[in-house]
Design a protein around this ligand. Structure first.
Ligand code: NAP
Length: 257
């Protein structure tokens, strides 16, 4: 057993982390937290200008980062993103599958295109990225899939595609953990966020938030992105070294109400 002090337990020095959806919201917080923990960070999403802002914030804080424009619903772009990360930093140890889209459409009216578009990003995209990373990820690697509390409960809106995609991501997490733990030494876990202040949740009406969501939050408020980023760092760090196949719920208590 390696005896690490409390600070080293959570350090990621010398490691390379690829964070998808790091052009806004939780992805920016994950990227900045991984960099602060010592990792070199590759940020991927479709909006290149926003990715550059994430890179600038990391570099301003003394870290190293690379922006890679990629649509995770395209397997070829996922492979290319991992290739760029590997070319620049020589390795990829950590993948945070954070890119996601949400919709609210009554199930009777939801078109095949609408349903597929959500699953293509949230579930298929996570798999394409995991597959591409697993090709190069060394033993000790860690994949963190960002699911949702909606994989475990309901929240009043009609979100069949989103909920199915996120529940699927928990199944994917378990299966990749059982395939790649013994064979590759890669741990695979999921985080199920509750409600956080991001672009995704700012579309909700004040009435929905006040009457449906807030009464279910034991802490009485939405989470701040920094309150989830540390959970990602923990899962990828030596402190999380014996955790695999798990879903960590970070929801201010919503799922137990
Ligand atoms: P957000 O601010 O809307 O961020 C979503 C990110 O995903 C953006 O960076 C977006 O970047 C990226 N993305 C979307 N489609 C993509 C694609 N096809 N290819 C690559 N990147 C794509 O939302 P957020 O709240 O931070 O969400 C982050 C993750 O947390 C999502 O998986 C979401 O489902 C999950 N989550 C969030 C909450 C919450 O309360 N905020 C709750 C539960 C789960 P581009 O548009 O630049 O591509």
């Amino acid at each position: 057993m390696t005896d690490l002090g409390p600070e080293a337990l959570f350090r990621l020095d010398g490691r390379v982390a690829l964070v998808t959806g790091a052009s806004s919201g939780l992805g920016v917080a994950f990227a900045r937290a991984f960099a602060a923990a010592g990792a070199q960070v590759v940020v991927a999403a479709r909006r290149a200008a926003l990715l550059d802002e994430t890179v600038a914030a990391i570099e301003d804080a003394g870290g190293q980062a690379l922006a890679v424009k990629a649509d995770v619903s395209d397997p070829a772009q996922c492979r290319a993103a991992v290739g760029h990360a590997h070319d620049r930093f020589g390795r990829v140890d950590i993948l945070v599958n954070n890119a996601g889209v949400g919709t609210a459409v009554p199930a009777t009216r939801e078109t095949p295109q609408e349903f597929r578009a959500v699953v293509d990003v949230n579930l298929h995209g996570a798999f394409w990225m995991a597959q591409a990373c697993a090709e190069v990820m060394p033993p000790g690697g860690s994949i963190v899939n960002v699911a949702s509390v909606l994989a475990l409960t309901t929240a009043g809106l009609p979100q069949a595609a989103y909920t199915a995609s996120k529940a699927g991501l928990l199944g994917l997490t378990r299966d990749l953990a059982q395939q790649w733990g013994p064979r590759k030494g890669i741990r695979v876990n999921a985080i199920a966020p509750g409600f956080f202040e991001t672009e995704m949740t700012e579309q909700y009406s004040a009435d929905y938030v006040d009457t449906v969501i807030t009464p279910r939050l034991l802490l009485g408020r939405f989470g701040s992105p920094t309150e989830i980023a540390g959970v990602g760092v923990w899962l990828a760090s030596p402190a999380g070294g014996f955790v695999t196949g798990q879903t960590i719920v970070v929801d201010g208590g919503m799922s137990v109400t």
